[in-house]
Design a protein around this ligand. Structure first.
Ligand code: HAM
Length: 468
């Protein structure tokens, strides 16, 4: 029986797997310059972590969470005993990363009172039971950051700028995306604003779709995201948060914009940007691809969540972060012709001319790898001609030919795969010769002299395990 992957999931194979790794590498080297360190939290949590964190009326919590049950819990549920499950037995696959990081920060006391903010980034799979379509999966991958403990608007600007730099470093052209920002207010001004939107929706109740009629009561701001054309028209004329911000929120938002302006970061303000999760307060932002991604055009988004830690059982602690979707970033990279990583070609292919040379060839292969070269060899019993063909197919720059006559003199043949020229090289001098020929990638200009800064002692044969 052929078993296929579950609907809405993707296998990351070849270029996709390389691109995922590449994106994490870009994130790692960029985010550290802003003081962010990696964190890993579980892919499943107690369901309450998400319910309290994201909000009971959000689509994610209401309709999109995958439940994870232990065999015991499953047995109970399947025999009608779901109500007997303890809170700790209600588990869900994470639909996003923020709630889990906040849970971990509380559990381990990671934000000391009066201490440095916690600045962390993560990369991994997230799970949402949505209807799959282009750019919308049930298992997708996010790269996200969270900063807990800083309320200063400079933090908001830094996080947004870091996000924009990340996109630029992936080769996504700045003019192919738009950065949208808004302030959603706080506890002081949002409740009254929410009520005014709800009242407005009740005035237009007959014009709204069924779902927005429910939202008018449960979560009126979500109606700004409704895809129904009539609801959109109605909500276009709804009260604007920009007219309802309290003085503190207005000042905070004004300073975020001033920092962005000073750094030349172009943005559009959209008072209808509300984001899909309930934890947001004040600054929210989203980066959308202008063309080519269809309905799922948000490659990432985030915002401030100054009450989430408290709501989740911790001390009042402000927070801000963002997450971007790997699969949508790849679509955006493809749409604007950004370069995707390609497989690494071997520097050297070690071939065996006669079977009795196999063991020496094996040692040479290891020695070259220990010196940092990317080395391949045949493990399927090909003829010498077949080995050359394979080396060519793999794109190897050089082939070492290990033959009995040369070995008798303590030498091997070294063949250039471009010119097909061959030279005899002492086995002991092979590493140095390859260093000379293939160059050292450490960026210095020593041209293979002894004592190179890369650590390989060009000329003395005493490598430290790296060619550059
Ligand atoms: P989010 O907007 O729900 O925010 O998701 C962030 C990004 O994940 C989206 O912009 C999109 O690129 C990607 N994404 C979401 N759902 C899917 C899906 N079903 N298929 C493919 N990609 C998807 C959050 O998750 C927040 N935790 C972000 C955040 C961090 N806010 C503060 N800190």
């Amino acid at each position: 029986m052929a078993i296929n992957k579950p609907r809405g999931t993707e296998d990351l194979i070849g270029v996709d797997a390389l691109t995922w790794q590449y994106m994490k590498d870009v994130a790692d080297s960029l985010f550290v310059t802003y003081g962010f360190a990696p964190i890993e939290v579980p892919t499943f949590e107690q369901t309450d972590v998400f319910v309290h964190g994201l909000g009971t009326s959000t689509d994610v919590v209401r309709k999109e969470m995958f439940t994870a049950l232990s065999p015991d819990a499953f047995a109970k549920v399947s025999t009608g005993g779901a109500s007997e499950l303890k809170a700790a037995q209600h588990l869900s696959l994470r639909p996003e990363g923020t709630a889990g990081v906040v849970r971990a920060s509380i559990e381990h006391g990671l934000v000391a009172q009066g201490g440095q903010p916690l600045k962390v980034w993560y990369a991994g799979p997230m799970f949402r039971a949505e209807r799959p379509q282009k750019g919308r999966l049930r298992q997708f991958h996010q790269i996200g950051v969270e900063c807990l403990g800083a309320e200063d608007p400079a933090t908001d600007a830094e996080v947004i700028i870091m996000f924009m730099r990340f996109i630029e470093q992936l080769g996504i052209a700045r003019d192919s995306v738009r950065l949208i920002i808004n302030s959603m207010g706080d506890q002081a001004c949002r409740p009254a604003y929410r009520d005014s939107v709800s009242a407005y929706m009740y005035e237009h109740f007959d014009e709204l779709c069924d779902e927005c009629r429910v939202r008018a009561d449960t979560n009126p701001l979500r109606a700004f995201d409704c895809k129904n054309d009539r609801c959109r028209e109605v909500m276009d004329a709804a009260p604007r948060i920009s007219d309802a911000l309290c003085d503190d929120c207005r000042a905070h938002y004004g300073q975020v914009k001033a920092y962005l302006d000073a750094q030349g970061i172009a943005y559009e303000e959209d008072p209808r940007l509300v984001r899909g999760l309930d934890y947001y307060t004040r600054t929210v932002f989203e980066v959308q691809v202008i063309d080519g991604l269809g309905a799922q055009n948000a490659i990432g988004g985030g915002g401030r969540y100054d009450r989430l830690v408290e709501v989740s059982g911790g001390r009042p602690t402000p927070g801000i972060g963002f997450a971007c979707g790997f699969e949508r970033l790849v679509l955006a990279m493809q749409a604007c012709g950004a370069e995707l990583p390609t497989p690494v070609c071997p520097d050297v292919f070690v071939s065996v001319a006669e079977p009795e040379c196999a063991s020496k060839a094996f040692s040479i292969t290891q020695e070259l790898r220990d010196n940092g070269f990317v080395v391949e060899a045949d493990r399927q019993g090909r003829s010498l001609k077949g080995q050359f063909k394979l080396a060519d197919k793999l794109g190897a720059a050089k082939v070492v030919i290990v033959g009995p006559d040369e070995l008798a003199q303590g030498k091997v043949k070294l063949r250039d795969m471009g010119s097909h020229e061959e030279e005899l090289v002492d086995c002991d001098a092979l590493v140095d010769r390859l260093c000379e020929l293939l160059g050292c990638d450490c960026g210095c200009d020593c041209e293979g002299e002894e004592g190179c800064c890369c650590g390989h002692g060009h000329g003395d044969g005493a490598g430290d395990g790296t060619k550059g």
